[in-house]
Design a protein around this ligand. Structure first.
Ligand code: AMP
Length: 182
């Protein structure tokens, strides 16, 4: 189903567990492990993503380290296309390009293999991650995909923490889709 009903969205939302004060006081961590071990909710989500993206002529899904891999790899398989990991610095073994981004305290970096899309121009790519908070990680991932000269079709999230307004910042550089606004 391309468009989820409110009831279907609620089913997915109900399967995600809130963990208060993790990893530090004041953060409510959205725990997707309870979605993954709920076969109905997980299937509902994957059926929806498949329906949404199956006619977009995508060539690759790029998943953001690490929960973007969990949704991105099975989606790529369902669509019959390739999967590319965007990883935290120092994890990818071959030649990479790297993008630094700001965290609440300090910086982090993400990387992609230089030949991830076989160095072909205008390759149609969808980026996926579980959650957008400030949007810093996602913006760095978008920059990396664009630097490979690929055509970034959209960036997709399972959850959007609306009150942080990361989506607004990201919409200036890419089309943004979130399954659940929180
Ligand atoms: P940001 O760069 O601020 O948009 O943070 C997004 C990344 O941090 C995503 O990869 C999320 O998996 C993770 N993240 C941030 N906040 C939360 C949260 N409240 N619950 C679960 N994951 C989070």
């Amino acid at each position: 189903m391309k468009i989820l009903t409110n009831k279907q969205k609620q089913t997915i939302l109900d399967s995600i567990r809130d963990i208060p004060d993790f990893p530090k006081p004041g953060i409510v961590f959205k725990d997707i492990t309870t979605l993954l071990n709920d076969k109905e909710a997980f299937k509902l989500l994957m059926d929806h993503l498949e329906a949404r993206y199956k006619d977009m002529d995508l060539e690759y899904i790029a998943g953001i380290d690490s929960r973007g891999f969990i949704f991105g790899a099975p989606l790529a398989d369902r669509l019959g296309i390739g999967f590319v990991p965007i990883r935290k610095k120092g994890k990818l073994p071959s030649a990479t390009i790297c993008e630094k981004y700001e965290l609440e305290y300090g910086f982090d970096e993400v990387e992609i293999h230089l030949d991830a899309f076989h160095e072909k121009k205008d390759t149609k790519v969808l980026i996926i991650d579980d959650l957008i908070a400030t949007g810093g990680t996602a913006a760095a991932a978008c920059k990396l995909v664009k630097d490979t000269k690929a055509d970034l079709v959209e960036i997709c999230f399972l959850m959007n923490l609306k009150f942080l307004e990361g989506d607004k910042k990201l919409e200036e550089i890419a089309s943004v889709y979130s399954v659940l606004d929180i």
